[in-house]
Design a protein around this ligand. Structure first.
Ligand code: GDP
Ligand code: MG
Length: 313
């Protein structure tokens, strides 16, 4: 992809008459495939995905511009009952997201029956005046009991008469129908973003997310979600981009795991993340990683915003 420079003023062309546009909130339990879906829809990896639940923390917008409509997807953090300060921030952000968009796409994991987590979200969504679409994802993973699995969701949402669409984000099945359905719910509107932009997030944020993704993939459960990444410096040279980043953890033991024996883990994280970053900026990257212990950062709203998380009032 071409790298985009946010310091340059955007000049946004005028949309043709009858053009539609709007914001689509993607909500759902952790791990149902929200980020995967958004990446597939915008055609580029902008949200991190992983088999470990709850990887998306911040609100991230993915933009898809077609000849008939501009769809701006808002990938919300997985909604779940709050257990600590970070969890409450996540739920509050999700609530705001639900009311500040034009359409809600409620994504569920069709390879499993509906559960309490889904009910919690349906309860949240039942209070919004926005149209809600139930998206049953992972149909590629449904065995012969697909109808039975679907029914567990259909029964839960029946009282609200939400439209239902089935797809597989990973296998790219049913995504065209999903897009068509979403567009029918949009009003005529302008280009909110330049047509060639796929995300509203600056590259720095995405770089941090690429590092966090490798941490989650390579350390698995050993370093839980008490990890945050800040990009401290980006220096662009004619031949190479130097990136200095800090990984913030809560405990010394986590720092030990992240660094690994003789620094092997940190090296592995760094080289995998560097490869992803090179794709992002389409150029050579030199990445230097530091690990810093910041006790209890999750409890502190101040630290959350200091680390770049949007803490909304
Ligand atoms: P999120 O937490 O809702 O954003 O979920 P992710 O997008 O991070 O996906 C969680 C896991 O589900 C990842 O391992 C994905 O590869 C997987 N996944 C997502 N969509 C599909 C799908 O359509 N089919 C299958 N089989 N797996 C999927
Ligand atoms: Mg996600």
């Amino acid at each position: 992809m071409d790298s985009f420079d946010f310091s340059e003023a955007w000049s946004i062309p005028q949309a043709p008459t009858g053009y539609k546009s709007g914001f689509i909130g993607i909500v759902g339990r952790p791990n149902v495939g929200k980020s995967t879906l958004m990446n597939q829809l915008v055609g580029q990896k902008i949200a991190i995905t992983s088999p470990v639940a709850q990887t998306t923390r911040n609100r991230l917008q993915g933009i898809l511009t077609t000849p008939e409509a501009q769809l701006i997807f808002v990938d919300t953090p997985g909604i779940h009952k709050p257990h600590h300060q970070l969890g409450e921030v996540l739920v509050r952000n999700a609530r705001i997201a639900i009311d500040s968009v034009d359409v809600i796409l409620f994504v569920v994991d069709g390879s499993q029956p509906a559960g309490g987590g889904d009910r919690f979200i349906i309860d949240l969504l039942s209070r919004t005046e926005n149209p809600v679409i139930l998206g049953i994802n992972k149909i590629d993973q449904q065995a012969d009991d697909s109808q039975q699995l679907d029914r567990t969701y259909e029964e839960l949402v029946a009282p609200y008469q939400w439209q239902i669409v089935k797809f597989s984000a990973l296998a790219k099945e049913g995504l065209d129908q999903l897009l068509q359905l979403l567009v029918t719910h949009l009003e005529p509107g302008p280009y909110y973003y330049p047509p060639d932009l796929v995300t509203d997030q600056p590259e720095r944020f995405i770089m941090g997310e690429l590092i966090r993704e490798q941490i989650l993939l390579l350390t698995r459960e050993e370093v839980p979600h008490s990890v945050a990444v800040t990009i401290d410096r980006v220096e662009e040279d004619t031949t190479i981009t130097r990136v200095l980043a800090t990984i913030h953890v809560e405990r010394d033991s986590q720092k030990g795991i992240l660094i690994g024996k003789g620094g092997t883990m940190l090296k592995a994280i760094g080289s995998a993340a560097r490869e992803q970053m090179q794709k992002l900026i389409a150029g050579k990257v030199y990445l230097e990683l530091f690990v810093k212990v910041q006790p209890k950062w999750r409890q502190s709203r101040f630290r959350l915003s200091e680390l770049g998380y949007r803490v909304e009032e």
